[in-house]
Structures are given as C-alpha cells and as structure tokens.
Design a protein. Structure first.
Length: 50
C-alpha cells in the first residue's frame, strides 16, 4: 500500500485544546512590544518569564 493511499493529509487531529496559562500574557506583551517575537533577545525574554 502506498503512503498516499494509506494516509489522509490533514492539519491536526483535534478540534479543541486548552490554552496554556501564560499565552494571553505573551500575546499582550507581543502587541505591546512588537519586536518581542522577532528578535533573539525578545524570545529569550519570553522564555525567562516561564
């Protein structure tokens, strides 16, 4: 059986998920500081806050 026949391509196998505790804060910080997600220093700052 070929892979294309045996497997169906889809984005994800779940329809819902529980948001992580700090996601809303990180989203707010990302809007407040646009460079936060774009620079290495910004990403390191996000990791330090965990």
């Amino acid at each position: 059986v070929k892979l294309e026949v045996a497997c169906e391509a889809k984005f994800a196998g779940h329809m819902t998920f529980a948001p992580r505790y700090l996601w809303p804060k990180k989203a707010y910080d990302g809007c407040s500081e646009p460079e936060l997600f774009k620079t290495k220093e910004g990403r390191e700052k996000l990791v330090e806050e965990l």
